[in-house]
Design a protein around this ligand. Sequence first.
Ligand SMILES: Cc1cc2nc3c(=O)[nH]c(=O)nc-3n(C[C@H](O)[C@H](O)[C@H](O)COP(=O)(O)OP(=O)(O)OC[C@H]3O[C@@H](n4cnc5c(N)ncnc54)[C@H](O)[C@@H]3O)c2cc1C
Length: 856
Amino acid sequence: MKSHVKAVVIGGGVVGCSVLYHLAKAGWTDIMLIERSELTSGSSWHAAGGFHTLNGDPNVAKLQAYTVQLYKEIEEISGQSCSLHLTGGVMMADTPERMDFLRLAHAKGRYLGMDTELITPSEAKAMFPLMDETNFVGAMWDPVEGHLDPSGTTIAYSKAAKKLGAEIVLRNRVVELTQEVDGTWNVVTEQGTVKAEHVVNCGGLWAREIGRMVGVELPVLAMEHMYLLTEPMPEVEEFNKSTGREMIGVLDFKGEIYTRQERNGILLGTYEKACKPWSPVNTPWDFGHELLPPDLDRIAPSLEIGFKHFPGIEKAGIKQIINGPFTFALDGNPLVGPVQGLTNFWCACAVMAGFSQGGGVGLALSNWMVHGDPGFDVWGMDVTRFGEWAGLRYTNAKVRENYSRRFSIRFPNEELPAARPAQTTPLYDTMLANNAVMGDSWGLETPLWFAPKGKEPRDIVSFHRSNDFEPIGEEVRATRERVGVTEIANFAKYEVSGPAAEDFLNRLMTNRMPKTGRIVLTPMLNEFGKLIGDFTIAKAAEDRFMIWGSSAAQKYHMRWFEKHLPKDGSVRIHRFDQSLVGLSIAGPKSRDLLQKLVDVDISTKAFRFMDFREMAVGGAPCLVNRITYTGDLGYEIWMAPTYQRLVYQAIKDAGEEFGLIDFGMRALLSMRLEKNFPTWFRELRPIYGPFEGAMDRFIKLEKNDFIGREAAAKEQAGGPKLRRVSFIVDAADADVMGDEPIWAKVSKDYGTVEKPHGYGAPRFDKGGKEIRGSKAAEGASAVRGIVDGDWRVVGWVTSGGYAHYVQKSMAQGYVPAALAEDESAGLFEIEILGHRRPARINVEAPFDPSGEKMRT
Ligand SMILES: Cc1cc2nc3c(=O)[nH]c(=O)nc-3n(C[C@H](O)[C@H](O)[C@H](O)COP(=O)(O)OP(=O)(O)OC[C@H]3O[C@@H](n4cnc5c(N)ncnc54)[C@H](O)[C@@H]3O)c2cc1C
């Protein structure tokens, strides 16, 4: 065993071996994988080995597609077979809502390069004759599904890594991790200490324990999971013989069941409602190649549905039930990337579908470690996406919820109840008394909308417009015509101070820093000139700035800020989280209202648009920004939580004469739509450049050499290929939700419109034959070739909804820059729930295009 290496990967499951392989492939060969026992000694060895590309997050779906196409490569390099069976698979919908979900997934697939197809239950039955098709209303066929040998695949990765120079040390547990002042990690093992620049936690079932070695409680929990294997079935053998094909994989939403052929029989697995965490607090170190006792009672309700839907399976004898643990994060996606607050400590854990995701995780993480950037939009699996609130008990509740609804539909207006309320502001009870429907915003209870008096404050979940439509409309109209108040505690807030604070911000941000008492809006870029943040910054004093940003990105942004902080202590950063809360008032009467609560002059001239001031509001010390996300005249008022009730009550009392209304987040988002304002994580993400994102006026290339400047200058000089635009959509009773394809009636193939960093998946027909080489697919335009008569898919929606004041259905998204200013009717269509609706680009915001109202 070497004593010094560049990187140590802890854990020899499929994920650790994939990370090792990808690091070696990227040129880091001075690396070592340390495994406590033999390879696959966690959850990897007893996996069902299934893989698929579909994922709720399209960016994660792309990484899954990459994983599948990688298997041939590692087989070739290692000489080890993965026993790949590319059978294809179907997802079965038993209700119209689930069919809507499949239509959405199918539409998304259009720009992800996925060849999914909506088919009838009878067509599905022809490929899996054991089902009773009368239980279903429709299905979606995905050719890139199948199964493999989990151990063979893990070993193929490890052999390929070794061939490239990586070292693997077996039967040696890592027992402690310490860090020297110079950042070197001491990886203390049973066989001695290895010094490493980087450490990667691929501990699988023990990832939580490895996190604890460095003082981090990772939001990951193992769940028991069962699948059964039947005795050989004559029906299966007969099908194989008569068709020359293997039976396909089937996923049944209703039963939370997956099933497929395994040898001459069937494998059927369940995500049961009465699910059970395994080792909820500490994972025993002596657990190894062993299984957990099966518990048929627990999966009986799922099996009952399964046998009804697949009566052919019920007749077969059960040969074996496998019960094994594997890990999940709160939302079922992995935890990947550098851990905020530590240096060179990386995670690739909570990978619940190691055989669908392991390759993509390894590629993204190795890019990140070697090149400083994952190279993909990996927010959906970034380890920073959960905050400190995701502790052991919170994680336990959320993971159980996620597991038990593994294949359930999440409606766009659906808030999930587990582990709530977690964090609340002092106004929580008041908001409930006001009949607020609350939502979870990065662990914080936040009012979404207010139900009319006498009506139950509850969302009726749907893909269509629902019971919140009218009340939100009322909140918007009253705000736009009079004045409204909303809670904005769920924004991220930071203070950057110290003698070098301004220089630091100038280096990080694309816009000039404001003068004292003024505010600017500014994006933040990475070295590649891609958008990694969008902030409101106020200069409070010569050496002190206040910053507001996206709540969910707090740890993501802190990680970036800390990375670039001068080492000499000349800049300090403080993240307030909920130690600073806020209220926003907006609408034409908001100034009159606020004037009644303050003792200073806030007339147009005295307190201008984009001014920042510390002032007492209703007697409470507050920070006030003359800006609102509604795009109207308005203010953001920030205070310590101890004052929030006082300020709110003062606003309510003073607001009575102006017809003040409470509005929630959904009304706020509706109002930003009619101003064409973008949102972080929807319109603005690390896959877009600032000019693509139409953030031109906030990019001051001439100001100084900020991070990403060179790349941004290149983007501007070459002209962005894509452009963010707003659409007015001729929608019926459903608005866009995000990720819908945008069609255009154009003769030209805008081949450049590839969702950035996209991978095309290899294509297979229903018989399992490849119809398009993986080489040809790699890097190919995901949307090229999706043609229907005169129409082509040219882009994708990022978000949208109903803009209540202008009474229009609106959408934002990306299209080829050449089309971005073409407002012609009849040029675009946007696919909503499987129906293409006419859409028209709207260059100017439909509400107050000149911005006069917010400046008055
Ligand atoms: C019943 C069942 C069915 C499944 N079916 C599928 C499926 O069909 N498709 C799919 O994609 N996935 C499936 N999975 C999930 C899949 O098994 C996991 O996603 C995958 O195994 C995760 O791999 P990993 O490398 O992250 O973790 P693990 O396999 O748990 O590997 C972690 C490794 O780290 C080692 N380790 C931990 N701590 C230390 C330490 N301190 N020092 C040294 N070594 C250490 C362990 O010994 C272990 O070998 C299934 C899982 C189960 C249980």
